[in-house]
Each structure stands twice: as structure tokens, then as C-alpha cells.
Design a protein around this ligand. Structure first.
Ligand code: FPP
Length: 236
């Protein structure tokens, strides 16, 4: 558990700006994604130091499938390599890996590695690292609605029983508390179809830095800013 109420229990991150980071250096976009994967390792370490319980990273959105085929391929390759190497190192330190999204759409070579790391780290009880992959919040809500409707049609639940808790229990995030803090890098002011239900009460921290440049001090600044905010959940 988090050591103090001022430390967010769950941090969610929209890791934006890999392409701009690479562009600014005259490098191909895939170099930006590689640098982004390096920043992921550091983010995990910082969250362990801060005693955060959950870190959810938006690593590949359902919209990202529409990028040029070459970029999608290189992101999938990077992801496979990340799962084979960095994720192994990261999870040695008692990190549990989980994933959310329409995971069945991932190529087999990625899915295999993902399933393996998830299974190998199931018993770890330190930080939970959740990768959002082929993830879209509207798709998640559609999937949840369909599952609930099927149960109602089968007579397993009555429509009167549908409440916020039941909806939460049918989301991909059913085992996870809602994020307390959302960090978005590269200065964009959008949610981009990320955890729309779960972020209802989250504090939002926008950094102007591109994701590969978002390092330890920036993470600490976001958490310090979170600690200064007064969360009222709609009350006075
Ligand atoms: C946004 O940058 C980032 C992504 C689409 C993918 C995020 C992927 C990583 C950080 C690396 C791989 C992750 C793991 C977990 C191995 P962008 O390409 O949209 O940047 P831009 O807006 O500047 O073009």
C-alpha cells in the first residue's frame, strides 16, 4: 500500500511526444519510441521508490493501428523486445505485469511474450505495471455494455441491478483502483480515449516535455503537485 495519502495509489500516463522527440533530433520516429521504452524503465523505478501501487501506461491505442504499417510493425517489434528483455529486468524487482485492451488483436509474437510475463509475475506483490495495448476506452465501454446486456438477456442479472459498481466490474480494469493522477506529456490537453470512466476524479498533470525526456525529477514534480491539490470528489 502507498506510504502516505499524499502519494497517489495509482498513476496513469499518456506517453506522448516520442515522434516529436525524434524529429527534433533528425532521427526516425522509431528512435523516439526506443527512447520512450527506456523512459518506461525509469518510470517504473520511480514509482517503486515512491511506493505507488499501480502504474498504467498507454503504450498502444486502438487508434494507433491506423498509423503507417511500417510504424505499427516497428512498435510491435519494440514491444516484443521490451517484453523479452526490459520487462524481465523490471519484474525481477517484485513487479507484477498486467495488460488491458483488445489484446486478441495483437500479433501472436507479442501476445505470446505478454502472456508469459503476465503469468511469470502473477505472484509478485510490489508495483503493478499495467500496459494499455490495443486499448480504447470507448471500445472498453462497448465490450462492458455487451457483457452486461448478455447477462441481462440470459436472466443472470436484472436491469435494475445495473449501477456504477457493476459497470466498473465489467471493465478491463476490474481488478484495479481508479487512477488518482493522470500525467500527459508533450503539452497536449486531451484524454485521447484513455480510461474515460476510470479518470472521472483523477487529478491531471500536463508536462510540456516529450515522453523520452520525462525523467525522475519530472515524475517527482507531478507527484508533489498532486500532494498540493485538495481533492473534494464533488463535495465542499
Ligand atoms: C506517443 O508518441 C507514443 C506512442 C504511440 C507509443 C508509446 C510507446 C512507447 C513509449 C514505447 C514503447 C512502450 C513500451 C511499453 C515498450 P507519438 O508517436 O504519438 O509522438 P508524436 O505525437 O510526437 O508523434
Amino acid at each position: 500500500m502507498s506510504s502516505a495519502a499524499t502519494v497517489p495509489r495509482h498513476i496513469a500516463v499518456i506517453m506522448d511526444g516520442n515522434g516529436r522527440w525524434a524529429n527534433a533530433r533528425g532521427l526516425p520516429r522509431k528512435a523516439g519510441h526506443r527512447a520512450g521504452a527506456e523512459a518506461v524503465r525509469e518510470a517504473v523505478e520511480i514509482c517503486q521508490d515512491l511506493k505507488v501501487d499501480y502504474l498504467t501506461l498507454y503504450a498502444f491505442s486502438s487508434e494507433n493501428w491506423n498509423r503507417p504499417e511500417e510504424e505499427v510493425k516497428s512498435l510491435m517489434k519494440l514491444l516484443e523486445r521490451f517484453l523479452k528483455t526490459k520487462a524481465r529486468e523490471i519484474t525481477k524487482k517484485n513487479v507484477r505485469l498486467q495488460a488491458i485492451g483488445r489484446l486478441h488483436l495483437l500479433p501472436d509474437h507479442v501476445r505470446r511474450e505478454l502472456d508469459q510475463v503476465i503469468s511469470d509475475t502473477r505472484e509478485n506483490d510490489g508495483l503493478t505495471l499495467v500496459l494499455a495495448l490495443s486499448y480504447g476506452s470507448r471500445e472498453e465501454l462497448v465490450d462492458a455494455t455487451r457483457a452486461i446486456a448478455n447477462k441481462a438477456a440470459a436472466g443472470e442479472i436484472s436491469p435494475d441491478e445495473i449501477d456504477g459498481e457493476l459497470v466498473s466490474q465489467h471493465l478491463y480494469t476490474r481488478d484495479c483502483p481508479d487512477p488518482d493522477l493522470l500525467i500527459r506529456t508533450s503539452g497536449e490537453l486531451r484524454l485521447s480515449n484513455f480510461l474515460l470512466w476510470q479518470l472521472s476524479y483523477a487529478e491531471i498533470f500536463i508536462s510540456q516535455k516529450n515522453w523520452p525526456d520525462f525523467r525522475k525529477a519530472d515524475f517527482e514534480e507531478a507527484v508533489a503537485e498532486y500532494a498540493r491539490r485538495n481533492r473534494r470528489f464533488g463535495k465542499v
